[in-house]
Design a protein around this ligand. Sequence first.
Ligand code: PNS
Length: 213
Amino acid sequence: MRSERATIQKISLPLSLFLFAFFSLTKILLFDNYIDNPSYAANCDFMNKKAVYPGSFDPITNGHVDIIHRGLKVFDQIVVAVLENPKKKPLFTTKERVDMIKSIFRDMKHVEIHSFHGLLVDFAKNMQARVIMRGLRAISDFEYEFQMALMNRKLNPEIETFFMTPSVNYSFLSSNLVKEVSLLGGSLEGLIPEEVEEKIREKFRNDPNVTLI
Ligand code: PNS
């Protein structure tokens, strides 16, 4: 019994050292080298970073909100970029659109909201984001999105476009349909955040002559 204990005491230190060396070496060979591989690291470079999510958001719908939540599973920070477009005549002013989105994401520090004008790639660069995130609802969106992604790549090859699909519950949803249904008195339940529903009804109530273009 005593001799067995002595043997265990004798081998326990070398055995621990051996196991420590074995696991350290395995980790270095199998994992660290993989991460240190520049091509692997380059492929992962977009992860855990910032993505710009641009759009007109006139107004933001639950489809957009869904895409932002999905984006947060991939990126650390989402910058919602609201287009200031003087040529289009939006129902909501830029400030109204930004404020509505700020109110929806008020408790989420990983979502920031800005307006922008000019080229989207320049805005993304200023925000130090290398990814533009866009939602793809259906094949019908594809051609426009494909053209835009390639044009943005031509303008700045350092910026990648990343597509996400919303929940199927929102695959038919668009800001334009929301405005039309609201103007005609239809129900928007489950399609837009509560804050937006109030604002949109208020808009039509206060200005009955408002038209949609
Ligand atoms: O919600 P929308 O209207 O489909 O969003 C379109 C948007 C804002 C992504 C697009 O119009 C845009 O990026 N405008 C900025 C101007 C620009 O960079 N144009 C060249 C790239 S195609």
